[in-house]
Write a protein that binds this ligand. Structure first.
Ligand SMILES: [Zn+2]
Length: 87
């Protein structure tokens, strides 16, 4: 199967970005069927943010009631309410 570069729009900042054939192949190889929703910039920013949130979550020790949730999801929902926390 051959891939072609695709133009996608970032759900985060609205910028157009290329989902390259190479990336599509990489995604397929990993068994990922969903197209990326965010441009590379936003993806990177998000990764850094999640790392930061993990650090903060660890430091502050969330109360038990929150621990059944992914600390990341809980923290990002708190910090950025209204934003879909799913990837
Ligand atoms: Zn973006």
């Amino acid at each position: 199967m051959s891939y072609e570069d695709k133009n996608l729009t970032c759900v985060e900042c609205g910028a157009d970005f290329i989902f390259s054939a190479q990336e599509q192949e990489f995604f397929a190889a990993k068994g990922l069927t969903n197209e990326p929703k965010r441009c590379p910039d936003c993806r990177q920013a998000r990764r850094q943010q999640r790392r930061e949130l993990h650090r903060v979550a660890k430091r502050h020790r969330y109360p038990l009631s929150l621990e059944k949730d992914d600390p990341c999801t809980a923290a990002s929902a708190t910090l950025k309410s209204g934003v879909n926390p799913s990837i």
